[in-house]
Design a protein around this ligand. Structure first.
Ligand code: BGC
Length: 822
């Protein structure tokens, strides 16, 4: 194996060395001979970071404006130090042979963190530590020679969070996650992930929120605001058009500017404008021929100039390389000049060869001072506001107990009731044993795999959750399932460990085969059968149609056998979908009485689901994407992740803006369950829609009164869809423009909700005019409890065409294709 040595010296007695030993990555800690620092008091302020002459440097004087301090700091940095500051410190403790974090060698400030910025000890500048995300903080729970544990809370996956449609609740989840980030000594959480669910098969959809940009943007803004409330940062990712995992580094996404702006960028725009994330992570893929991390139009023109983003952009890990071998191939370096000049300030996780290339390009003049000063200024602004720079004394004791309560509550609220014939749910009797089928009932999946997988202390299984909620479960079935699941899971984890570590593709455990006599006996002794169907996926690969989107033969047999046997005796069958992405439901949903969709609900999953099954919580989650009847009904289904199929280098988004319900509803394709759908144990009346005006001027509000007309307390989500005139431009039949959720309404109680829309909500992006334009004419507002279930309708008028926003011409296409039109 080849050893590549990289050493960088700073002006004092420090030596920082990054060693690549084969592919295993170690960074030697720096030696600090400077610990007893003298202090100086000026105007009652005490400063301890004095320079070697015992004086206070301007950049240390926190009374001065930030920009003057940073300017001073940059002026004191050597070119070598500048080049160092623009690349990360690698991944301490990460073994690139096995793709796993180890407890060997240098671990960095927080073991298991994904990386950090350069520590410039000479000038007292610490590392800013960044760590995954997004379903909680991902760090190593165990440390070398340390008896303590450093577990973090596994919160529900992004899709489950978004399914609450409750931005206030998501803000509180953000606050809880931020508490763990800060108290474990991390500065920036690498999340939330907010790519659009373009297709049900993207392996990382569970990390993302929705097929709709407005919902994605609002949920993202809420969680970012919550996390950053703690004084730590976020990295909203992956910017942009990273909607598949297969060959994610090497794939070139061909996409129209309209689809980009209306669908794939719009959510990021909302998050930036409403939450100012400290950082944004550029995506791996190319867009119309250029790596996202090298696109000036994406990272500077649109993100900074048009939207006003103030933070830094960092690459995804090894972004700017066409695959994961390239960074370790001699003489291959990402185009650092293109990346930094585009406004991608920080190259992560950072390679010695990139630092060298930056240095060379500074020397040759290819990288201008203006460019790197911009990058450095933004990085140093991040450093200056980080807890690390401010010597925050983190406790290593976040509020895990309180946060477990938060995750239990939010997972229950994100649970969606898809079907509930003859009030099968909530389950009334707790004395007769429940017959629990399906492997996953006994080993609940809290979240997906890959960098989005949190190292939590425990995951409450469905059976434990049910028992905790006072239900009695069938012991014979438990006795059969448990040993099978434990054995199969151990084998699966071992397989994953050996085959790609963090990037290994998850495999489903085949359902335990049960004979008919056993099922019969359970149908005699139980009133209710509960079957859990489980799915797992993650970073590095996409899902498949067979035995993944479509249920496998063994799963269908289980559903068939249990439902036929139980129904023959007049008993009920409930299916729980413990999944990270959409599955086919149309072919089997009629065979069961109730279907509950908690997604991957975090570490308290079993408790949360039992809270809903028992009726302690009335379900109020709504789908954030369409469940198609068949995979092929999805507009992008054909070659959805590109050509050639095994390792796609090119993918064309020729469905244009017709993603998800925008397609299904406009083209009148019947879904199995539509966007926005979700049942309740109670019923609601939505009435009295009033618009603030009949002619639109700048903004408009719609008020509507929701009344709980049932017998159980519950919450309802109202969704405002807008149908715009489509005279000059082809448009989806209606689009979500606002939503609101009621408080917990008691039977008979009402609440009036106000939903606002602004000028941009009326507009479509018109490419040849470089503008968002609202056409004159009549606009229809539909208030619904799903995208198809309309409750109230109203109309307003826009008298004159409005140019809502002028943009800069961007994202020129690199191949000819046309977007789908209605
Ligand atoms: C993922 C990012 C993640 C990063 C650091 C990448 O492979 O795409 O989402 O934040 O690794 O772990």
């Amino acid at each position: 194996m080849k050893n590549i040595f990289f050493s960088k010296s700073t002006n004092i007695l420090l030596l920082s060395t990054v060693i690549f030993s084969g592919l295993s990555w170690n960074i030697k800690p720096e030696v600090d001979n400077n610990s007893d620092k003298p202090k100086i008091t000026i105007d009652g302020f005490t400063f301890s970071d004095l320079n070697q002459n015992g004086k206070l440097d301007k950049y240390e004087d926190y009374r001065l404006p930030m920009k003057d301090r940073i300017k001073d700091l940059i002026s004191k940095m050597t070119d070598d130090e500048k080049a160092n500051m623009l690349v990360g410190i690698g991944m301490p403790g990460f073994d690139l042979n096995t793709f796993k974090f180890t407890t060997e060698g240098f671990q960095g400030k927080v073991p298991g963190a994904a990386g950090g910025t350069f520590e410039l000890k000479r000038l007292g500048i610490p590392t800013v530590t960044v760590s995954d995300g997004p379903a909680g903080l991902r760090i190593n729970p165990k440390r070398n020679n340390d008896p303590n544990y450093y577990y973090a809370t596994a919160f529900p996956v992004g899709t489950a969070l978004a399914s609450t449609w409750n931005t206030e609740l998501i803000y509180s989840v953000g606050k809880a996650i931020g508490n763990e980030v800060k108290e474990y000594g991390v500065d920036v959480l690498l999340g939330p992930g907010m790519n659009i669910h373009r297709n049900p098969l993207c392996g990382r959809n569970f990390e993302y929120f929705s097929e709709d940009p407005l919902l994605s943007g609002k949920i993202s803004a809420a969680i970012v605001n919550g996390i950053q409330f703690n004084g730590v940062g976020t990295s909203v990712k992956h910017f942009a058009a990273n909607n598949q995992e297969r060959n994610r580094l090497g794939v070139n996404v061909h996409i129209s500017e309209r689809a980009l702006r209306e669908i794939y960028l719009r959510g990021f725009e909302i998050a930036v404008k409403e939450a100012q994330p400290w950082t944004i992570m550029s995506s791996y893929n190319s867009i119309n021929g250029t790596f996202a991390s090298e696109r000036y139009d994406l990272l500077t023109t649109v993100l900074r100039k048009e939207w006003g983003f103030k933070g830094i952009v960092m690459t995804d890990w090894f972004g700017g390389y066409k695959d994961l071998k390239a960074p370790f191939t001699p003489n291959i370096v990402s185009n650092v000049t293109a990346q930094l000049s585009a406004g991608n300030d920080l190259l992560m996780p950072g390679l010695p060869s990139q630092q060298q290339a930056i240095l060379d390009n500074i020397k040759s003049g290819k990288l201008t001072t203006a460019v790197i000063n911009n990058n450095l200024t933004r990085i140093l602004e991040l450093v200056f506001k980080s807890p690390s720079m401010n010597n925050y004394k983190y406790s290593d004791k976040p509020n895990l107990k309180a946060n477990a309560e938060v995750t239990r509550q939010v997972a229950a609220e994100g649970t969606i009731l898809l079907k509930n014939n003859s009030n099968t749910l909530p389950i009334k009797s707790t004395k007769i044993p429940l017959a629990i089928f399906g492997n996953t009932s006994y080993d609940f999946i809290s979240g997906g795999t890959g960098s989005g997988d949190v190292n939590e202390t425990y995951t409450v299984s469905l059976i434990d959750g049910l028992t905790n909620n006072g239900f009695v479960i069938d012991f014979e079935l438990e006795g059969l399932y448990k040993p099978y699941v434990i054995d199969q899971k151990a084998k699966e984890l071992e397989r994953r460990d050996k085959n790609g570590g963090i990037l290994a593709t998850a495999k489903r455990i085949v359902e335990l085969e049960l004979n008919k006599t056993l099922i019969e006996s359970k149908a005699n002794s139980s009133e209710i059968a509960l079957i859990t169907i489980g799915r797992n996926a993650g970073e590095g690969d996409d899902r498949k149609v067979d035995e993944d989107f479509n249920l496998a033969g063994d799963e269908i047999s289980l559903i068939n056998n249990v439902s036929e046997t139980f129904h023959a005796k007049g008993k009920k069958v409930i299916v729980v979908l413990n999944i990270g992405g959409v599955v086919e439901t149309a072919s089997w949903k009629d065979k069961v009485d109730a279907i509950l969709l908690p997604w991957q609900p975090g570490q308290e999953g079993g408790n949360s689901v039992a809270d809903v099954l028992s009726g302690k919580v009335t379900p109020s989650g709504k789908l954030t994407m369409t469940f198609p009847e068949n995979f092929l009904d999805t507009p992008s289904s054909k070659y959805w992740n590109g050509f050639p199929e095994e390792n796609p280098t090119n993918v064309t988004y020729d469905e244009g803006v017709y993603v998800g319900y925008r397609y299904f509803n406009t083209f009148k394709v019947k879904p199995s369950y539509e966007f926005g759908f979700g049942l309740s144990y109670t019923s609601f009346d939505v009435a009295n829609l009033k618009l603030s005006a009949t002619n639109f001027a700048e903004k408009m509000t719609a008020t509507v009164t929701v009344t709980n007309t049932g017998k159980t307390a519950g919450k309802e989500v109202v969704q405002l869809y807008l149908s715009a005139p489509s005279i000059n431009t082809d448009k989806p039949s209606s689009e979500l423009k606002s939503f609101a959720k009621t408080k917990l309404l008691q039977p008979g109680e009402s609440q009036t909700l106000t939903l606002a829309i602004n000028t941009k909500d009326l507009a479509s992006f018109i490419t040849d005019k470089n503008a968002w334009i609202a056409e004159a004419g009549s606009y229809k507002i539909t208030i619904g409890t799903s995208s198809l279930n309309s409750k109230q309708v109203a109309q307003f008028y826009l008298d004159k065409e409005l140019v809502v926003e002028k943009t800069n011409s961007s994202f020129a296409i690199d191949t000819k294709f046309s977007d789908l039109k209605n």
